[in-house]
Design a protein around this ligand. Structure first.
Ligand code: SF4
Ligand code: SF4
Length: 195
């Protein structure tokens, strides 16, 4: 049984202006197990059903998995994409995502993110991102020049560790749940091509 009490905390940044710039003009946000599980629970709710049609499915050849993980902020000391799911019959990895958009994220409401503690990992870690192997504050965030404390770095490590263990534990569940959800929503499939 998946424990929704996991990942209760998000990375905070002092003086966050709650400008919501981080939820507009968003990059591809990978939907990992904890988000997929939440969406599956909500999929009978009419409001969520509409939003679920926005999701896309990436098909990634194993030789491109590292490149995809770098691009989507899922390469830390290891490739997290490799742990989220298992390859299909022909060796490809199928991973769901909220697609990159120039407008606001479909899951952003008047009162904030409707996925709340079940939001994707990237959103949970934001505004902290990896750039050239180092943790920095995203240039999207107006607070990008702030320094990052040791406490913040330790908390990032803790969230990632907890997250990774959960991903590994549920990789088969992810694969099965994705298949079930896709048979209902018939998500648009995008073949990932390395840059
Ligand atoms: S962009 Fe930065 S300041 Fe604005 S809401 Fe996101 S984290 Fe907060
Ligand atoms: S999933 Fe939530 S936190 Fe992430 S971009 Fe969308 S609204 Fe923002």
């Amino acid at each position: 049984m998946f424990n929704n009490a996991l990942f209760p905390d998000e990375m905070s940044i002092s003086q966050c202006a709650t400008c919501r710039l981080c939820c507009s003009d968003i990059p591809t946000c990978i939907i990992d197990y904890h988000t997929l599980h939440f969406l599956a629970l909500k999929s009978k709710n009419a409001n969520f059903e509409k939003l679920l049609n926005e999701i896309v499915l990436y098909r990634i050849k194993p030789e491109f998995l590292n490149s995809a993980a770098y691009l989507w902020q899922h390469y830390f000391k290891y490739n997290l994409l490799e742990m989220i799911t298992i390859p299909n019959d022909v060796g490809d990895f199928l991973i769901a995502a909220i697609p990159k958009t120039r407008g606001k994220c479909p899951f952003l409401s008047e009162i904030g993110c409707i996925l709340r503690e079940n939001k994707p990992l990237n959103c949970k870690l934001f505004p902290y991102i990896q750039f050239q192997g180092r943790i920095s504050i995203s240039p999207v965030c107006p607070l990008q020049k702030k320094s990052i404390s040791e406490i913040t770095l330790n908390k990032l490590d803790e969230i990632l560790e907890e997250y990774t263990q959960t991903a590994i534990h549920h990789s088969l569940d992810y694969y099965e749940l994705l298949k079930r959800m896709n048979s209902k929503f018939n998500w648009r499939i995008i073949n990932y091509k390395s840059l």
